[in-house]
Design a protein around this ligand. Structure first.
Ligand code: MCA
Ligand code: AMP
Length: 501
């Protein structure tokens, strides 16, 4: 049987093809028939550009509605969809294109100049609000396309996730991975045809692209498609939504809006949070204002969603709930032995949602799995007596800023390469808006000419803005333990202390 995810999604489209799929503020809605015809045309255009099954299609574009049929077109044509954060700059893009060797790159017209210099023979097509070169080519194509059958373990997507060693790794997600997770979530969160999902997330991560989009398409429901998260805009559209998904920053920003109250949320049946820890005080403040208990869940790029608080039943703040059906989660000590309830260990995952490994990085793939086949999350957690999982920390050196992961090593390597820098350490400082903010401690060489502003500006020229330190603090030395390892906890404590900075 064909395991192409597109075949599954298509089989759940509403019987009435004129049913709306994408509701666009200020523009006519896109119905399911238009979505299917557009994805067929784009699939033909990609094939005509030389794409064969298994080829990668890299996409770095703003959130135009055409991105959804572009993603579906890649699935239909058996291609591997590679979404890229629009914040990525030249330094990052160069690495991704070298590693993934896409056949086609779709980018914004204003990035064409830079992307073309990095393309390594790929066809570069533009996509903007009006359509661009991609849609110009697609328009001339037939409105039907015979979906290329795929096996369950064939790749559907590669999503890059930074690594603790500083180099990004492409998580290889298969049709089985994405389909199994989508089916589990629609069921767990009770999606039906009548739902309207307010979509204000970016569409280059698991959260906005797979979790949100698949829940809507697999239930034949609607997406209220907003170009980005703006708290006032979201509040204005909430009365027309039944579900919203967001990172914790969405919720803290909504709480800062005086208009957030029970009336604004009267039509909403479910608020979902994930990608970063939702503070229990945010959970409680949101409940007090709206009557809604936010459903927190836990996922990763490599696994999709793993655990979720229940739709019906107790949603416990400070926990990510219970393993999703079909997903096995264990918490183990350093010897790999399962921990008793209440004890802290590494969270490990097994199931049809877990990726095949990292693109062309066999060594990293081998390191990521235990001998008995469990994926090592690098997160520290504990189960309570009822089987609820709480994430209590990270074994991996990672910062989560506004739901976006920053790996300190990547930033430290760039800082250390600057003239006048002896060494550096990058840590996350508590931040009311982003949860954590990136801060760099720098030991400079005698006679250096470094300044905080100059260093931040130099970094911003090459890497995404959200990864750049908000602050650079010059220090005489970095605290180290007896083994010579930098004690980042000591640096974090300095930042948390009232006199920090
Ligand atoms: C933007 N900026 C940030 C962030 N976002 N800085 C730190 N952390 C951030 N997250 C900076 C930009 O560089 C820019 O600075 C300035 O803020 C304004 O940019 P803008 O895009 O207008 O910001 P914003 O609209 O206020 O964005 C904040 C945001 C956004 C709404 C929280 O970051 C967001 O949508 N985050 C969600 C990310 C997400 O989907 N994560 C899921 C991945 P300047 O102009 O100076 O450069 S994790 C995942 O998928 C797993 C599997 C899971 O479990 O879900
Ligand atoms: P990413 O690889 O970008 O998908 O990020 C995955 C990481 O985000 C996980 O390994 C966790 O550290 C973190 N994460 C995701 N959801 C949650 C959550 N609900 N609470 C705490 N951390 C989370």
């Amino acid at each position: 049987m064909d395991a192409n995810l597109h075949t599954l999604l298509e089989s759940h489209a509403p019987a009435d093809p004129s049913a709306p799929c994408l509701v666009l503020p200020g523009a006519p809605a896109i119905d399911y028939a238009t979505l299917a015809a557009t994805s067929a045309r784009i699939a033909h255009a990609l094939v005509a550009a030389g794409c064969a099954p298994g080829d990668r299609v890299a996409v770095q574009v703003d959130k135009h509605w055409q991105v959804l049929p572009l993603y579906l077109a890649a699935l239909r044509a058996g291609l591997v969809y590679l979404p890229l954060n629009t914040a990525y700059r030249k330094g990052e893009l160069d690495y991704f294109f070298e590693d993934a060797r896409p056949r086609v790159i779709v980018c914004a017209p204003e990035r064409l100049g830079v992307v073309a210099t990095l393309a390594r023979g790929a066809t570069v097509l533009t996509l903007d609000a009006k359509g661009g070169e991609l849609m110009d080519r697609a328009r001339a194509m037939p409105a039907t396309f015979a979906t290329i059958p795929r096996a369950p373990d064939d790749l559907a997507s590669i999503l890059y996730t930074s690594g603790t060693t500083g180099r990004s790794k492409g998580a290889m997600l298969t049709h089985r991975n994405l389909a199994s997770n989508a089916v589990a979530l629609v069921d767990a969160w009770g999606f039906t045809r009548g739902d309207v999902l307010l979509h204000a997330l970016p569409i280059y991560h698991i959260h906005g692209l797979f979790v949100a989009v698949h829940c809507a398409l697999l239930s034949g429901s609607r997406l209220l498609w907003l170009p980005r998260f703006d708290a006032r805009e979201v509040l204005a559209h909430l009365p027309h939504a039944t579900v919203m998904m967001g990172v914790p920053t969405f919720y803290t920003r909504l709480l800062a809006e005086p208009g957030l109250d029970r009336a604004a949320c009267a039509n909403v049946r479910l608020f979902v949070a994930g990608s970063a820890p939702l503070l229990p005080e945010t959970f409680r403040a949101f409940e007090a204002r709206t009557g809604h208990r936010i459903l927190e869940r836990y996922g990763m790029t490599e696994t999709g969603m793993n655990a979720s608080n229940p739709l019906d039943g107790a949603r416990v703040p400070g926990t990510v709930g219970l393993p999703l059906p079909g997903v096995a989660i264990r918490v183990v000590d350093e010897a790999g032995v399962a921990c008793a309830p209440g004890a802290i260990g590494e969270i490990q995952i097994r199931g049809p949602n877990v990726c095949r490994g990292y693109w062309r990085k066999e060594d990293k793939t081998a390191e990521a799995f235990t001998a008995d086949g469990w994926f090592r999350s690098g997160d520290l957690g504990t189960f309570d007596d009822r089987g609820y999982l709480a994430i209590v920390g990270r074994g991996k050196d990672m910062i989560i800023s506004g739901g976006l992961n920053v790996y300190p090593k990547e930033i430290e390597e760039r800082i250390d390469a600057m003239d006048g820098v002896e060494e550096s350490a990058v840590v996350g400082a508590p931040d009311a808006d982003f949860g954590e903010a990136v801060v760099a401690f720098v030991v400079a060489r005698p006679g250096h000419r470094l300044t905080e502003a100059g260093m931040i500006a130099a970094l911003r020229a090459d890497i995404a803005g959200y990864k750049c330190p908000r602050r650079v603090l010059f220090v005489a030395e970095l605290p180290r333990n007896a083994m010579g390892k930098v004690q980042k906890n000591v640096l974090r404590e300095r930042l948390a202390a009232p006199a920090a900075g």
